[in-house]
Design a protein around this ligand. Sequence first.
Ligand code: NI
Ligand code: MN
Length: 220
Amino acid sequence: MQITFLGHACFELSDGVHTLLVDPYLTGNALAAKTAEEVNPNFIFVTHAHGDHIGDTVSIAKRTGAVVYAVVELADGLLAGQGIKAARGNIGGRQATPFGSVKYLPAAHGSGVPGGLACGYLFEIGGKKIYHAGDTGLIADFSLLREEKLDAALLPIGDFYTMGPEDAARAAGMIGAELSIPMHYDTFPVIRQDPERFRALAAARGCKAAVLRPGESIRL
Ligand code: NI
Ligand code: MN
């Protein structure tokens, strides 16, 4: 399993056969490691409809034929009629996928579409469990993830719109993943953060964290 950080909340997950892309905000992101033309996912996951998450989803899906996963209101409201394949789901639901499975998890954040909920995703792929939190504040629900024995948790640390480093470190402690990776920082002035501070705060809680620069990968 390879996890590649492409900047902001965008990650590429690959088991060598399937490539998943989460929240592909590439165009307009000065820190993005790839352009929207350089990614070739089989599956795209959108955590919510804010522009810094839905990003280039439609153009990438049109070019690659990737299936786009989103909560029902986002799939029906924004993705329907765009000539792309959308897969719907909702909070708490797990569904089998060609690469393994995905479960839609709660996130405390606006969805960007009427009636919809922002979400995080728990992926089972390549024998690993990887959690992408999306945009969220600190929620007690994180502690429910401990039983999942996650291999990796991708957590926002930017503050202002989501958890900051302190709350993200608390989240890492509640989740208890083997590895936590910070995201959603530095893209805009209001979310400028030192990810090493998050790493140190997580370490103080006994949690290992790895800081990836945009374009860097880690193997699980
Ligand atoms: Ni957002
Ligand atoms: Mn965001």
